[in-house]
Each structure stands twice: as C-alpha cells, then as structure tokens.
Design a protein around this ligand. Structure first.
Ligand SMILES: [Zn+2]
Ligand SMILES: [Zn+2]
Length: 302
C-alpha cells in the first residue's frame, strides 16, 4: 500500500515538473518573439530615431520624483500652451528644449535665432549657456541692480507693497524698509530640478529670443509610480499641448502639417504648411519632383 502511495506521489512530482518545463518553454518562446519584434522595429526606423532609442536604456533612479510643469503663452498670458512631466533629476535645459514658441520659429526663419534664454525661479536666473554664441541675459539685470541700488530698491518696494500700501504708508507714516532680494545666476545646463528651490503653484519666468517671456508653473510634485512610463528618455513627457500648436495643412486644412516650404512658387502661401499627402500631390508626378527652386523643412509639433 505504502508502495502505491509512493508511486502516486512520484507521478505527481513528475507531472508538476513537466508543467513547469512547459511554462518555462512558453516564457522563453514569448521572450524570443518579443525580442524579434523589437529588433524588427529598430531596423525599420530611420537612423535618427534609432540613435535616440539606443540611449533609452537609461534606467530610472529610485526613488525618483516627477514634477508637473506648465508653460503659458507669451502674449495671451492666461493661456496654457504645454504641460510636461519632468523628472527631478533632469536638467532644466531638457524642458527648455521641449518648449514650443512661435518666436523661435520666426527668428530661425529670419536668420536671427538666439540660443540664449533663462528661467527665473525664485531669485535664481538659470541661463542656458550651452551654445558658444549664447549670452548671459541676466548679467545686465544683475549689473543694474548693483550699480543703481537706490533706484532698484524704490521700484522693488512699489512692486512688493503695491500702490495701496504705498498710500497707507504715506498716511500712517510707517517706514518699513524693504530689502532687495539677492538675485544670483547659474547655468541652466548644469542645474537639475532637484537642485533648485521652488514653490508649487508659483509663477516663474522663461525668457528667450531677447524678450519673449512666458510664465511657467511647477504645479505638482510626487514620487514616480509603477504606472508611469519607466524609461528616462520619455521625459520630459508632453501631457498637454494646446490645439493651436498643431498646425494644419494649408491645402486640405484637415491633416496635421508635416512639411513646411519657403519660397515655393506653386504654394498658396509663403511659408506654406503641408500634410504628407498634399505635399506629394503638389510637388511630385509619377514619383519625380516637378520643380526644386524652393526650400522644404520637416515640420515638428513641439
Ligand atoms: Zn516665446
Ligand atoms: Zn493636406
């Protein structure tokens, strides 16, 4: 009897082993399948995209913080144009490079693009000095503060206390001396979000192309969650983009613009925006280019 029980037990173990083997095989099969799809994908994309995705293996550090960062329109200051999720360990320049502003495009076209720019966060100017031709926009401001202390203080007091309080002060004769904030500057490209002191919800400044200014707000901060995208390269992740930033094709007015042409004699406008379909319909016949006395650019949406 005990012999039969032993055989049955052995048979059970054997069965379990077979099951385990099968699942292992199944997993490895799925693994190779996934790998195959991946390698297929990477071989079919353009070199530029591939170069970007090879660095995507950068692991996330734990614990990592995620900040929600908002950018507002330069003239319609109440209008939010973009929203990003950015990692605490990312450099400020990584967000700067994702900010879309028409002024940049206009200056590029005019051949007067200036790579300079800064974020003013609390009392720190973070200047983008990556390009050799970049200038420190904060320097004349800091110099002025140093050289014209009295004038600066007077202005600062008005800004801080407001007109009403100025009147009250005149009435009551109370003299509470304000002091200027001690503004400083550093380099944007070596400063990470976790290096700067900020308050959630406070309005900070992004300035570029001389005097194109945008309000930026760090709206929220939290730890990264398993449901967040776990690849560092996906960040700053655009989570909101104002509809008007998606330029439409000037011909069909339906599809998103993919190409932009300049000095294009048959185009309805200059510059002119095209979707892929309309661009080929206007410029190609039987696979060959009809004319080439124009410039064409890929049009990227932010
Ligand atoms: Zn701008
Ligand atoms: Zn079109």
């Amino acid at each position: 009897e005990s012999y039969i029980a032993k055989v049955e037990e052995l048979a059970k173990i054997k069965l379990k082993q077979e099951e385990d083997k099968a699942t292992v095989r199944l997993h490895s099969f799925e693994f190779t399948k996934a790998e195959k799809i991946k390698s297929l994908k990477s071989s079919s994309v353009s070199t530029k995209v591939r170069a970007a995705s090879t660095s995507s293996n950068l692991p996330l550090h734990f614990p990592e913080t995620v900040l929600c960062c908002e950018v507002y329109h330069n003239r319609k200051t109440w209008l939010k144009t973009q929203e990003f999720l950015v990692l605490g360990r990312q450099f400020l320049t990584e967000v700067r490079d994702k900010i879309y502003c028409l002024t940049d495009e206009i200056m590029k076209k005019a051949g007067q693009h200036d790579p300079s720019g800064y974020f003013l966060i609390e009392d720190v100017f973070c200047n983008d000095m990556r390009e050799a031709s970049a200038t420190d926009y904060s320097k004349p401001i800091l110099d002025w503060l140093k050289d014209s202390k009295n004038e600066a203080l007077e202005k600062w007091e008005i800004i801080v206390s407001g007109e009403l309080q100025q009147k009250q002060k005149a009435l009551l004769g109370g003299e509470t001396k304000q002091s200027l904030p001690s503004l400083k500057s550093l380099h944007m490209q070596t400063t990470r979000f976790c290096d700067v002191r900020f308050r959630l919800g406070a309005g900070y400044l992004y300035c570029h192309q001389g005097d194109c200014k945008h309000v930026i707000v760090i709206r929220d901060m939290r730890l990264i969650h398993p449901e967040d995208i776990q690849s560092r390269d996906a960040y700053p992740l655009i989570t909101y983009q104002a509809k008007f930033l998606h330029k439409k094709c000037s011909v069909c007015k339906i599809y998103k613009a993919e190409k932009m042409t300049v000095d294009d004699k048959w185009a309805p406008s200059n510059p002119c925006y095209f979707c892929e379909v309309c661009y080929y319909m206007l410029h190609y016949a039987d696979g060959s280019l009809l004319y080439n006395d124009f410039d064409v650019y890929d049009y990227h949406h932010g």
